[in-house]
Ligand binder design. Structure first.
Ligand code: ATP
Ligand code: MG
Length: 293
């Protein structure tokens, strides 16, 4: 059996001295599960998540926000596909965030994600998120220039200020009943190369290949610095980052699923209690149904 606490604490970032270099993308927490076993295990956790999701929905108070961030080909889609697919679609909303539209650029940088936050009783998944604002925007100064923030407000502390804003925003959400879980799928540069080559060499995977991703890969080190600084500055008790090894997809899925299941378990969810009047009404309705000809 997996010691879940031990496994999750291995990947959950708690301190400001976090270093990405210390995290091995190939790590599997000493687990070496055969594919079939890992799959079965994932199915069991999915069932549990589904059960909690139903309670979350019935209780209609809490919501859960799952944020997925990663370099290209790290497996965000596979997590969405294999972990979230078991959840009742009525209770789970997935939003993908690409380069902002002109309407989105007319607003502050938290606007588009704020309107997409999960309603009470729902699980919301952000496939990329406002964290792009301290990643791609930091790595590409020309993107920042296009945001039309008044020049006097864009100084050398801009990234620190954005971290402050994110921390405050996530604290606010926590206080309103949204539990936030953040995952950085940590794929190695070598594994990314292997997956890009598969996308080129295997006709069934050609559709996934985007030549722009190879250009972005050239900025790998800059991205890693940005990720490290972001994780150090925005991992908090109420919205922790998990740096999940992503070279082995079966393991990535397992860690993400366990973290979601654990977070839901921690909310103390239960089905709403039915009061005496409602019980009485049900009793009467039952009699009516039984007597029906
Ligand atoms: P996949 O490649 O698996 O389909 P993806 O999430 O990489 O999924 P793409 O359409 O390839 O989707 O890329 C989305 C792009 O949008 C990424 O390069 C990302 O950095 C960029 N993006 C997301 N948010 C912002 C933002 N706020 N400002 C600028 N670019 C952004
Ligand atoms: Mg992409």
């Amino acid at each position: 059996m997996i010691d879940r606490n031990k496994m999750l604490s291995r990947y959950r970032v708690t301190g400001p001295d976090f270093r990405l270099k210390d995290m091995d993308p190939r790590d599997t927490a000493e687990l070496d599960l055969p594919k079939e076993v890992a799959k079965q295990h994932l199915e069991e956790i999915s069932k549990s998540i589904n059960k909690y999701q139903e309670m979350l929905y019935a209780q209609d108070q809490w919501s859960l926000l799952v944020i997925l961030q990663a370099m290209d080909a790290a497996g965000k889609d596979s997590v969405l596909d294999k972990v979230m697919s078991g959840i009742n679609p009525q209770g789970c909303q997935v939003h993908s965030f690409k380069a902002p539209t002109s309407t989105e650029l007319d607003h502050d940088w938290l606007w588009r994600t704020t309107v997409a936050l999960p309603e009470r009783g729902r699980i919301g998944v952000f496939n990329r998120s406002y964290y792009e604002e301290v990643l791609v925007v930091r790595v590409h100064p020309e993107i920042l220039a296009k945001q039309r923030t008044p020049k006097s407000l864009v100084g050398k502390d801009i990234w620190q200020e954005r971290f402050d804003d994110i921390r405050a925003f996530e604290k606010h959400m926590a206080r309103s009943g949204t539990k936030t879980l953040k995952f950085f799928l940590n794929v190695s540069k070598e594994e990314q190369k292997k997956r890009f080559l598969e996308r080129i060499d295997e006709p069934d995977k050609n559709w996934k290949f985007n030549p722009g991703d190879v250009e972005e890969r050239k900025l790998w080190d800059k991205y890693m610095d940005a990720y490290e600084d972001m994780i150090r500055n925005t991992s908090t008790d109420h919205a922790p980052w998990h740096v999940v090894p992503a070279d082995k997809k079966w393991f990535t899925r397992l860690v993400v699923a366990h973290a979601i299941d654990e977070a839901l378990a921690g909310l103390g969810l239960s089905y709403p209690k039915v009061d005496a009047a409602a019980l009485e009404a049900m009793k009467r309705a039952r009699e009516v149904l039984i007597k029906e000809k």
